[in-house]
Every structure is written in structure tokens, then in C-alpha cells.
Design a binder for this molecule. Structure first.
Ligand SMILES: Cc1cc2nc3c(=O)[nH]c(=O)nc-3n(C[C@H](O)[C@H](O)[C@H](O)COP(=O)(O)O)c2cc1C
Length: 362
């Protein structure tokens, strides 16, 4: 009802606010026997973390995970896994002067209308701080998918403002703070973001996510389609305004002769569908793309109203990313991994006895 949980077998419930004492999650339905230790959360949490580079927010959090339950002697036990991260860098006074004001582009006005009360500190529950726990849960999902099925979920920044990659190299993605696949453009991006920060404005971005190694058969018909669950999960990330699966909206310009992915016994000849047909994985890479809106909290003054119903002006002085999309790559990977592990377990539950069906296209 209150929608702080998602998944059917591998379920994740998150709790906590941006400036509360801690944020956390409970993961229920994780298969037992998966080796996991606190150090394994570090990489993805660092990738998501604020303060990682000059190009994202200046808020600094240690993001150290505590495992409260569900793991014994380094292995998951099949019981609920409780994860906790204490908030160590809450500077609520940064937000004190906007507590009575509805910030344009934020959830302030809609939370106020819905609940009649809100935690204004850093956006409270609507803050992207919550995505830290999605990334933490995603670490477990990614590990199980990789160990059990050889599935690898990776993402990259595919557009920032009008800039798109001129070349593509997966190795380049982890070697720059933008998750950008063309190393030759990193200096250009730095200049672009620095100029943007100076101007006090922000910009939108596109992130692509790909899961390799997904076997055919994951996903369910009609209301449990893999693509509809993916779209919902990706759209639930803060600031996401668009989701595409496979070629997505580009399909509007395509002919059927181009879009349908023809099959030969040595493989599909293309992957316009994004690895999903009829809501079920085809065995091709599962591909999705999201667009994140430009950061709403900017230095440029904007009109708004306050809780007393008066006209006011908003200027944000807190710590904010000039492009929130720069940090969204690990979040998008986590959401895809969480949807995939849930569907892997759902497929196993109903169709585990079906086994490999011939012919199977590689
Ligand atoms: C990683 C990440 C960091 C974000 N940081 C900020 C931020 O510093 N300032 C801001 O105005 N919005 C930020 N956002 C977006 C807001 O959380 C979001 O726009 C707001 O809660 C309203 O929700 P909506 O845009 O999904 O409708 C961030 C989003 C993500 C994914």
C-alpha cells in the first residue's frame, strides 16, 4: 500500500530519510549460501557516492554498510537481510531557509498535498539518498546473478546535454568520473560541467544499462512482463522522466523489416527488441535507457509559493549536482539487477522443471 517495497520473491523494502540518523533496507527472499561481506558493498556505493568527484555534489558521506541480519559466517542464510548506513554528513541548516518553501521541480509541494506534513531536511524521503540502499541491495543481486547464471549488469552515461559519445569502450567507462565510454571526450565533459556549475544551471542526461548472459525464459506474460517491471523499476529512480527498452522511441521511425530481430541458428541478427519478446527474455542482452531531468536545485532564482500561500523566490544554496545523471549509472544497474534476480527466482519457482528447450539460439 505504501510502496516502500518491491519485488515478489526477492523483495526489497527501504526506509529512512536524507537527514535522519540512518537509512536502511530489508531484503527478504535472498537465496541461502551466497557469500557476502561488508567490503563487497564498497565499490558500487563509492561509484554512487556524492563527493566522489568535483563533478558531482559536494556532500560527503562515508556510506559504510552494516549487515544487521541474514548473514552468518559470511554467507546468506535465507532469512531477512537487514542493511544499515548511518547518515554522517547531515547539514540540515543548509536547508533551513527553504523549510517553508516548495522548491520547484522537487516533491515538496506534492508530499505536502498528499500527507499534510513533510520532512523538509534535504527532501526527506524523496531525496535520492534513498537510492543508496537500492545500490546496496543491487550488490547482492548482481553477485547472485553473476555466480548462478553468469549474468553481468553494466551501465554507462550515454548523453549529457547535447554531448554524445563519439566512440565506445566498456573499459573507459570505469576510468572517468562520468561513466563515459569515450576517454577522448573526458576533458570536454569537464569543461562543460565546470561552465555549467559557474552559470548556476544544470543539465539532463541519458544512462544506458545492459545485462549480458540473461538466459531465455525470464519474465512473465501480461501483468508481470520483464519489460514492464524494468520500466517501472527504472522510472522509480529519482529524476527519471523517460525509460526505453531496446530501441525504445526510435522504433517510431523504423520499418518492420528493420526492427524485427531475425533469427538464424547461429544467433539473432540484431537486437532492436532489447532482449525481451512478449515480456520474456530471449537470451539476447537486455538493454534499457533512461533519461534524467536537469537538477532542480540551482543557483538561478525561481518563482515559487510558501506554506503560508505567499509568492516567494527560491535560490538553492545547499550541495547539489549540476547533472544528477552522472551518479545514476550504478543506481540504474542496481534496479535492473533487482528486477532480474526477482524474475530469475520467479521463473525457477514455476518453470524450473522445464529445463533447456531445443532449439536454443545462442
Ligand atoms: C543520484 C541522484 C542525485 C540527486 N541529487 C539531486 C540534487 O542534488 N539536487 C536536486 O535538486 N535533485 C537531485 N536529484 C533529483 C531529485 O531527487 C528529484 O528530482 C526530486 O526528488 C523530485 O522527484 P522526481 O524528479 O523523480 O519527480 C537527484 C537524483 C539522483 C538520481
Amino acid at each position: 500500500m505504501s510502496s516502500n517495497s518491491f519485488g515478489k520473491i526477492f523483495t526489497v523494502t527501504t526506509f529512512g530519510e536524507s537527514h535522519g540518523p540512518a537509512i536502511g533496507c530489508v531484503i527478504d527472499g535472498c537465496p541461502p549460501g551466497l557469500p557476502i561481506g561488508v567490503e563487497e558493498f564498497r565499490r558500487d556505493l563509492d561509484r554512487r557516492a556524492t563527493g566522489k568527484s568535483r563533478y558531482t555534489s559536494q556532500r560527503h558521506e562515508a556510506d559504510d554498510v552494516e549487515i544487521l541480519s541474514g548473514v552468518y559466517e559470511g554467507k546468506t542464510t535465507g532469512t531477512p537481510i537487514g542493511l544499515l548506513i548511518r547518515n554522517t554528513d547531515q547539514r540540515s541548516k543548509d536547508y533551513g531557509d527553504i523549510a517553508q518553501t516548495f522548491r520547484p521541480g522537487h516533491a515538496d509541494y506534492t508530499y505536502w498535498q498528499k500527507y499534510g506534513i513533510r520532512d523538509p531536511r534535504g527532501g526527506g524521503r524523496s531525496s535520492a539518498r534513498e537510492t543508496t540502499m537500492r545500490v546496496a541491495a543491487g550488490v547482492i543481486a548482481k553477485k547472485w546473478l553473476a555466480e548462478r547464471y553468469g549474468v553481468r549488469v553494466r551501465g554507462y552515461l550515454a548523453q549529457i546535454g547535447e554531448i554524445t559519445p563519439r566512440a565506445f569502450d566498456w573499459d573507459a567507462v570505469e576510468q572517468n568520473p562520468f561513466f563515459w565510454p569515450d576517454a577522448a571526450q573526458v576533458a570536454e565533459l569537464e569543461m562543460f560541467i565546470n561552465a555549467l556549475r559557474k552559470s548556476g544551471d544544470s543539465v539532463g542526461a541519458r544512462v544506458n544499462v545492459v545485462a549480458d548472459g540473461v538466459p531465455p525464459g525470464w519474465g512473465e506474460p501480461i501483468y508481470g512482463k520483464l519489460d514492464s517491471d524494468l520500466a517501472s523499476a527504472l522510472m522509480s529512480i529519482n529524476a527519471v522522466k523517460g525509460v526505453e527498452i531496446g530501441d525504445g522511441f526510435a522504433a517510431v521511425n523504423q520499418r518492420g523489416s528493420e526492427h524485427r530481430d531475425e533469427m538464424r541458428m547461429d544467433g539473432f541478427t540484431s537486437n532492436h527488441a532489447g532482449g525481451i519478446l512478449g515480456g520474456i527474455s530471449s537470451g539476447q542482452p537486455v538493454t534499457a535507457s533512461i533519461v534524467l531531468k536537469p537538477t532542480s536545485s540551482i543557483l538561478i532564482p525561481g518563482h515559487s509559493v510558501n506554506t503560508a500561500g505567499e509568492a516567494t523566490e527560491v535560490v538553492t544554496k545547499g550541495r547539489h549536482d549540476p547533472c544528477v545523471g552522472i551518479r545514476a549509472t550504478p543506481i540504474a544497474e542496481a534496479m535492473m539487477a533487482l528486477v532480474l534476480i526477482d524474475h530469475a527466482l520467479r521463473h525457477r519457482a514455476q518453470c524450473g522443471d522445464v529445463g533447456t528447450v531445443e532449439p536454443r539460439i545462442p
